[in-house]
Design a protein around this ligand. Structure first.
Ligand SMILES: Nc1ncnc2c1ncn2[C@@H]1O[C@H](COP(=O)(O)OP(=O)(O)OP(=O)(O)O)[C@@H](O)[C@H]1O
Ligand SMILES: [Mg+2]
Length: 233
């Protein structure tokens, strides 16, 4: 569904992604694990058109997408829930959700808000509250809910568990599984390697801009090198 070949990305002289090859098949959850600065967010920002690669090819459903502007990527069904959530703190929960559908031409926004509220009952209770007053976990739910409003075929999630208490981390990962069960393909980047590998059909290990391992999530959980570096021995 999504194929990335020999992707090179630079920030000035910094070579952030050094020839990545990644593929995501329809219906999969694919996780990318890696430490701070490995290039995880850079990868998602490049896929969603926010950064232009210096070299490489990205195809989606057989068509080139590298070089397309972000709104064209969203229109094709690739939707990014960014690191740090980036919700609008002065707008209400409901307004934040409606913004997620701004590129869509069909008029079913209210029905889609309702679907998101069924998935996130905490957001329903807080629908009129401003985004900035939500807890970290609730803001993460809002960020994912807003991404769902764009009707993704592929959902790009950047560290959804960052900074959350363990019970909320479990809840967020349960919700990601449900979203995938409903037919949305997921590309997840995470520092929480344990959870991300448990959830993933397949996964990649990214170290300083290079993929050093890829395998099924289960196989990587059992891999001694992954255990040592990412799962606390
Ligand atoms: N706007 C920028 N300008 C210059 N360098 C950048 C910029 N954004 C990221 N980098 C550098 O590119 C590399 C990859 O950064 P990136 O944010 O993709 O890492 P990450 O894996 O998402 O890390 P984290 O887990 O901390 O979010 C890092 O060395 C970082 O310093
Ligand atoms: Mg990041």
């Amino acid at each position: 569904m999504l194929q990335i070949t020999n992707l090179h990305v630079y920030y000035g002289n910094i070579h952030a992604l050094k020839g990545l090859n990644i593929e995501v098949n329809a219906g999969e959850i694919v996780s990318i694990i890696g430490s701070n600065g490995a290039g995880k967010s850079t990868l998602l920002r490049t896929i969603s058109g926010l950064i232009r690669p210096r070299d490489g090819v990205m195809t989606y459903e057989g068509m080139r997408i590298d070089g397309l502007p972000p709104h064209e990527i969203v229109r094709r069904g690739i939707v990014h829930s960014p690191e740090g959530r980036r919700i609008f703190t002065n707008m209400s929960v409901g307004e934040n959700l409606k913004l997620g559908s701004y590129l869509r031409k069909d008029g079913n926004v209210s029905a889609d808000v309702e679907k998101v509220l069924v998935r996130f009952p905490r957001l329903r209770e807080r629908i009129k509250q401003s985004g900035g007053t939500l807890s970290g976990g609730e803001q993460q739910m809002l960020a994912i809910g807003r991404a769902l409003m764009a009707k993704p075929k592929v959902l790009l999630l950047d560290e959804p568990s960052l900074g959350l208490a363990p019970n909320l981390v479990a809840e967020i990962f349960r919700i990601i599984r449900q979203i995938n069960d409903d037919g949305v393909t997921v590309l997840l980047v995470e520092q929480n390697a344990n959870r991300a590998l448990e959830l993933a059909h397949r996964a990649y290990v990214l170290e300083t801009g290079t993929i050093v391992l890829h395998d099924s999530g289960q196989a990587l959980l059992a891999n001694p090198r992954v255990k040592e570096a990412y799962l606390g021995g």
